[in-house]
Design a protein around this ligand. Structure first.
Ligand SMILES: [Zn+2]
Length: 296
């Protein structure tokens, strides 16, 4: 845990609950792939930098979630690190209130602000073909977040961010964070086609063969799709669908969990409506989701 692991000639990662990529740009400069959550993780990254003598010249954020960008401000302040992110990342990293608001769908109450939803604001620059360091390549992995990316290094090591989670996480949480179900599934299918030496998800152990874990994640999403469609056999309001999923998986209750899992479930509902598997009907003053029967 929190150890530096060598994955290739120039590619390393710090293992732990947040796998952080280190790519050597020169003898004493590195590019970090993500900067962890804003707690002791940042200190662990810095301990590695101090012990190796490496300077973090650049941080590439795979997406704007606060557990991937929590160290941006610290490293920028200490080392003058340049922060690179996609267009959405550039917009959100500079004003973190937008993240909790996006999850809540309105001005978010204070319960929504914590180290997992808020990183210290820190301006980022656009990651594009001109700014990406030589030896690194962007791979698009949307679905978990808008515009999430992975990074491939020229050591054939892939950093896959949150495109998939570990089997343990799947078993514990059952329903894991995603923003766009269709794109999430497409990204998993794409990951299964990648050929590489090592695959490093952000929150799962590195794997030489990622296809099994990608398939487990895919099966988990398909299971949730079936569950939600079945819940809507009879018309259900959004709250009733969320309640039924919580009961089915015996999920931990509480306001924050309700909002975050509710956001995930709403992502499923919107995708299932777009795909024609659910329809929206009015029952009195209620807006309800209802399963579409294709045999009619
Ligand atoms: Zn994430």
């Amino acid at each position: 845990m929190y150890k530096l692991v060598r994955a290739g000639e120039k590619t390393y990662y710090m293992n732990g609950p947040y796998n952080i990529g280190f790519y050597k740009l020169s003898e004493n400069e590195v590019c970090l792939i993500d900067s962890g959550v804003n707690d002791h993780t940042v200190q662990k990254i810095d301990e590695i930098l101090v012990s190796t003598g490496w300077i973090p010249k650049i941080i590439i954020n795979t997406h704007f979630h606060a557990d991937h960008a929590g160290g941006n401000r610290y490293f920028k302040k200490k080392y003058g690190t340049k922060i690179l992110a996609t267009k959405t990342g550039v917009n959100l990293l500079d004003d973190y209130k937008l993240g909790p608001m996006m999850i809540f769908g309105a001005n978010a109450p204070k319960e929504m602000y914590n180290k997992y939803t808020m990183a210290p604001d820190c301006p980022a620059e656009l990651l594009d073909e001109n700014s990406i360091p030589e030896g690194l390549e962007v791979i698009n992995l949307p679905g978990h977040a808008i515009e999430m990316i992975g990074i491939k290094t020229d050591d054939d090591v892939y950093f896959l961010a949150d495109a998939l989670v570990s089997e343990i996480t799947l078993n514990i949480h059952q329903i894991t964070f995603l923003f766009d179900v269709r794109k999430y599934l497409d990204s998993l299918d794409y990951i299964k086609t990648l050929k590489g030496k090592l695959f490093v998800p952000a929150h799962a152990p590195a794997e030489k063969d990622i296809t099994k874990l990608a398939e487990l994640n895919r099966q988990s999403v398909l299971k949730n799709i079936k569950l939600i469609v079945d819940i809507c056999e009879e018309p259900k309001t959004t709250d009733e669908v969320i309640e039924a999923v919580f009961i089915h998986y015996d999920l931990k209750n509480g306001f924050y969990q309700y909002v975050v899992n509710g956001a995930i479930i709403k992502s499923y509902l919107s995708s299932l409506w777009d795909d024609g598997r659910l329809e929206v009907i009015e029952v009195g003053k209620k807006i309800c989701w209802k399963k579409v029967h294709f045999d009619k």
